[in-house]
Each structure stands twice: as structure tokens, then as C-alpha cells.
Design a protein around this ligand. Structure first.
Ligand SMILES: NC(=O)c1ccc[n+]([C@@H]2O[C@H](COP(=O)([O-])OP(=O)(O)OC[C@H]3O[C@@H](n4cnc5c(N)ncnc54)[C@H](OP(=O)(O)O)[C@@H]3O)[C@@H](O)[C@H]2O)c1
Length: 499
């Protein structure tokens, strides 16, 4: 990969967790892998008082915990830290943005570089509007520079709270930036295995012909976490798993596994196909919400030999909360490829294991050749794409066991990133930050796919508001989730992949 363009990355909310846990570890890894030119600068913008050195020290400490290149060599960090600056600022204060403008101007002059600026919103969403207004008022967008450089804006999830708020936020962003300058991060799309879904489907003649309702029985998408709210209860209790996971990550996985091949592998062609796919997801009526959605909330339980509290007992969670920590959905895609194939999605917290995967189950053989010799119920073939924690792909099929007697047992062929390529994939944020700076939007949500996903999710949330509130808690921490989620899939004669 090529060296990055000379740029300035401004991180709003730079005193916060995301900056320390994800953004800087990724930037440091890119720097250590020699992607940074000398004229690449990062400037933190937040209220907490730091000077450059104090801010650099917080970064050094957190890299030693969060960076895949740890332990961090002090001399190496000293060289890296020359790229880092900090402006103690206020989000609603014009003079803070003027100071930022002055910083950009002076670096561009000093290093004879274009004003290439990436504005990264790493604050709570309540601050986004102030920041966008501040940038606008101080005239810090590239068109104000008359072509001398680029300006881009990076937005983290949650992108809105429902369809209406997402649309309003989008309108606000697009009143200042152009769509091609907006990077909506869904960090799942930065994961190697997620990108590999497209490579697997569209570069292998053995898989694409069977990727349809002709051969596929159903698809399961699971994002299971054993952790609870991880100290983010304030945010999570307002969002619930439907907004935190389903609207973004799960819809992105659904669209990649089901999308039609784009004419070209570029940002717009792929995103056009994703939009078409999401438009084909059958909307849920109130009756469908009742039948095809399940909500859960965890009770006390045991995870890894440790007793854990119920959701309602966690710090920062209101004791009478009705927020769901688990959701299962059954969806249909009404197009030629997928008509009749159910997609079962589930995501939850405090479950038996931490695992994200897509499981593709194939139809049974049309005729059971071996029934006459007493072999029945041969397991369905399946392809399991594991996104985390052990990135890889397994193909499961039946094979004759050795010996004189005919017996068929399930076996698998496994591709694993680590053993095949002898290296661990880079962190998702490394790939995404790299793409933002070089200007490749392929792995970022576009306004229309984001809004269509919100439309579907908002209809579910509205449906729930019209139904009897669920009786929570309804699953034990450390289990596979509520019984109703098993019922949802078992009623169709199918089972979650709980292996
Ligand atoms: N942390 C994660 O793992 C994660 C994952 C996915 C998405 N996100 C999203 O990424 C963004 C940043 O996440 P984060 O975890 O870094 O957020 P955070 O720690 O809560 O906030 C980041 C910084 O924003 C500033 N801030 C401004 N107004 C604030 C307010 N009303 N309440 C709290 N802080 C305020 C604070 O800095 P000053 O007080 O110094 O100004 C704070 O240090 C959020 O939109 C979040 O939803 C985070």
C-alpha cells in the first residue's frame, strides 16, 4: 500500500475512550508500518485541559494497553509524538474553531502542503451539530480554500436514533459537506473477514453458482457477546441492541452476504447494489413484528465461572428499564435470488460466548440415497464465516467414516487467517483510517443504505411500542438467549448454530 497523503486529522472529543482505545492505536500502527509522510499531523480538540505533552502522555499510556504493536518503544513513540498536537477548546465557541483554522493554516504554510483535513467526530452525538456549525462558521471546508486540499468528515455510530433523526442529521452534514466527503464508520466493514465475504463469493466459481434460493435453505447471522455494557450503560440503555447492533453491523453483514455482484468493484457500484438489496428486505407489519421479532434482557448468571449481575442491576441502568439486550429477527429478501430463504439474525449481550458469524445452510439432498441402508438425517451442508474472534471460513459436509460399514459423519474443511497467511489481520480501524485518507468510500455506509436500514429498524421499534411490554429479564447471563428466540427458528424445523 502507498504512503498516505500529507494531511491533518482533527479529532473532536480527543480526550475520550474511542480516541484512546481505537483511533490512536490504529494511527500508531499505520505510522510504524511507514504509511505516514513527515507532513501528517493529528490534532486533538476537546474541553479537557492538556498541553501537547500531557496529551501525548495519555496516548503513550493507552497505546501500551490497546495497540497491537505493544509494548511501545519510548524512542519510537517520541518520533511518533512529534505528529501529535492538542487544542483545549469548546465545541460551541467560535474562537476555538478560529484557533483550529490558524493551526491548519500554519502547518500548511510551514510544510508547504495542501490543506487536506479530516474532521473526526469522536464525541457523543449530542455534540455533532455544534461541531459541524463550528467548522462551517469558521470556513474550514475545502471549497473555502478554493481547491487547495480536501476536507472530509468522519462520523461514528450511532448515526441518529431513528429514521427521522438520522435523516435530520444527514441533512445537517450534507448542508456543509458533500456526500463524497462523508465517511460513516461501521467498523465491522473494516474487518478482513467481512471484506472477504465479497472475495469469497465473487472470486470463486465453486461458490457463486450455489449462492441462491436454489441451493440455500436459510442463513443465520449472529453477533454474540459475553460482555455486558462495559461501562457504557448510559449510552446503551437509550439505544438497546436493536440500535446498537442491528441497524448498522447486522444490516451491513446481511447486505454483503446477499448483495448482487456490482458491475465494478468500486465504492459507488457496490453501494448501489447494497441499496437495492436493502430495499428488497420485506418491511415488517405489526403482525410480523409480533411473529418475527424477539426481545430479551439478561438476568443474573454465570460467565466463565464468574457470577454476573442482571442488566437491571448494572451500574447506571435504571432498575425498571425495558431496554432489550438481545434481539432475534426473521427477515425475508423479496428478490429473485432470495425469495423464500429466511434470514435469521440474532445479537445480544452476556451470552454464552463472544462470536460473530454468518452461517449459510444448504438444502438437503433431493433424494436420500442412503436411507435404504439405514442412514437418515444426514446433516445439512453449511459454510460458516467467522468474523470474530477466530477469523476464518469452515465448510461442513458429510464423509464416510473409515471401515467396512457405511456410515456418514459431519467433517469440515477450515480456512483460518492466521494459519494460511501467517499473520494477524490489521485492526479494522487501521484499514478504515487508511481508506478515509486516501479517499476510498467502499467500506463506508452511504446516506441511502443507512436510511433504508433505519426505516426497517424504526418500523420494528414502533411495532414494539404498540405491543405489550415484554416480561424482563427473560434469559440467564451465560446462556444462548431467550427461549422465544429458539422457538422463532425451531418452529421452522431449524436450529441456531450453537456449536
Ligand atoms: N468507545 C467505543 O468503543 C465506541 C464504539 C463505537 C462508537 N463509538 C462512538 O464514538 C463516539 C466517541 O465515543 P467515546 O466512547 O470516545 O465517547 P466519550 O468518551 O463519551 O466522549 C468523548 C469525548 O467527548 C467529549 N464530550 C463532549 N460533550 C460530552 C458530553 N455531553 N458527555 C460526555 N463527553 C462529552 C468529552 O471530552 P471533553 O470533555 O474533553 O470535551 C469526551 O472525552 C461516540 O459517538 C460513540 O457513540 C464509541
Amino acid at each position: 500500500m502507498a504512503e498516505l497523503n500529507p494531511s491533518i486529522m482533527v479529532i473532536f472529543g480527543a480526550s475520550g475512550d474511542l480516541t484512546h482505545i481505537k483511533i490512536f492505536p490504529a494511527l500508531y500502527s499505520l505510522w510504524e508500518d511507514d504509511f505516514f509522510p513527515d507532513n501528517f499531523f493529528i490534532v486533538g480538540f476537546a474541553r479537557t485541559k492538556f498541553d501537547d505533552d500531557a496529551f501525548r502522555k495519555t496516548i503513550f499510556d493507552s497505546l501500551n494497553v490497546n495497540c497491537r504493536k505493544k509494548p511501545i518503544d519510548e524512542d519510537e513513540f517520541f518520533n511518533f509524538s512529534k505528529h501529535i498536537f492538542y487544542l483545549t477548546s469548546k465545541y460551541d465557541d467560535d474562537s476555538s474553531y478560529q484557533k483550529l483554522g490558524g493551526f491548519i493554516e500554519s502547518k500548511a504554510k510551514e510544510y508547504n502542503m495542501p490543506k487536506n483535513v479530516v474532521y473526526y467526530l469522536s464525541t457523543p452525538p449530542s455534540v455533532y451539530i455544534n461541531v459541524i456549525d463550528g467548522i462551517n462558521k469558521a470556513k474550514l471546508m475545502s471549497y473555502e480554500y478554493k481547491g487547495d486540499g480536501f476536507s472530509k468528515i468522519v462520523i461514528e455510530k450511532p448515526f441518529g436514533y431513528d429514521y427521522e433523526s438520522a435523516k435530520n442529521l444527514n441533512g445537517k452534514i450534507l448542508s456543509v459537506f458533500k456526500e463524497e466527503e462523508v465517511y460513516r464508520i461501521d467498523h465491522y466493514l473494516g474487518k478482513e473477514t467481512v471484506q472477504n465475504i465479497l472475495a469469497f463469493r465473487f472470486s470463486n466459481a465453486i461458490f457463486e453458482p450455489i449462492w441462491s434460493n436454489k441451493y440455500i435453505d436459510h442463513i443465520q447471522i449472529s453477533a454474540l457477546e459475553s460482555l455486558g455494557t462495559g461501562g457504557r450503560a448510559g449510552y446503551f440503555d437509550k439505544a438497546g441492541i436493536i440500535r446498537d447492533m442491528m441497524q448498522n453491523h447486522m444490516m451491513q453483514l446481511l447486505s454483503l452476504v446477499a448483495v448482487e455482484p456490482p458491475p465494478l468493484f468500486d465504492a459507488d457500484d457496490l453501494r448501489n447494489e447494497k441499496v437495492k438489496l436493502l430495499k428488497s428486505v420485506r418491511p415488517l407489519s405489526l403482525n410480523d413484528v409480533k411473529k418475527y421479532t424477539v426481545r430479551g434482557q439478561y438476568d443474573r448468571g454465570v460467565i466463565g465461572n464468574k457470577q454476573v449481575l442482571s442488566y437491571k442491576e448494572e451500574e447506571g441502568v435504571p432498575p425498571d428499564t425495558l431496554t432489550e439486550t438481545y434481539v432475534a429477527l426473521k427477515l425475508f429478501i423479496d428478490n429473485y435470488r432470495w425469495a423464500g430463504v429466511p434470514f435469521y439474525l440474532r445479537s445480544g449481550k452476556r451470552l454464552k460466548m463472544h462470536r460473530t458469524e454468518i452461517a449459510i445452510y444448504f438444502k438437503k439432498m433431493p433424494y436420500s440415497l442412503f436411507a435404504k441402508v439405514g442412514i437418515e438425517n444426514i446433516k445439512q451442508n453449511s459454510i460458516i464465516i467467522t468474523i470474530q474472534p477466530n477469523e476464518g471460513i469452515a465448510i461442513n459436509f458429510g464423509a464416510k467414516t473409515p471401515g467396512f460399514k457405511l456410515n456418514i459423519e459431519p467433517v469440515n474443511m477450515v480456512f483460518n487467517y492466521k494459519s494460511s497467511f501467517k499473520l494477524s489481520p490489521p485492526d479494522a480501524y487501521e484499514r478504515l483510517l487508511y481508506d478515509i485518507i486516501i479517499g476510498d468510500q467502499t467500506l463506508f455506509a452511504r446516506y441511502d443504505d443507512m436510511l433504508i436500514a433505519w426505516q426497517l429498524i424504526t418500523s420494528i421499534i414502533k411495532g414494539w411500542s404498540k405491543l405489550e411490554p415484554p416480561v424482563f429479564p427473560n434469559y440467564e447471563a451465560g446462556s444462548w438467549g431467550p427461549k422465544e428466540a429458539d422457538d422463532l427458528i425451531n418452529a421452522d424445523g431449524r436450529f441456531w448454530n450453537n456449536n
